[in-house]
Unconditional design. Structure first.
Length: 46
């Protein structure tokens, strides 16, 4: 049986790309697309 999972539209805080996510965004918290997320993670680990 397939359970429908609601998706939300979010806008990346870094590049302004619009994308879908499964968790509801929290107002005022930055959110990143997959590409920007990994770029930031690499920069922070150096």
């Amino acid at each position: 049986m397939f359970k429908y999972q609601e998706t939300y539209t979010a806008v990346c805080s870094e590049c302004s790309l619009e994308f879908k996510i499964s968790a509801k965004p929290i107002a005022g918290e930055p959110i990143y697309c997959q590409e920007c997320y990994w770029q930031r993670k690499q920069q922070l680990s150096v």
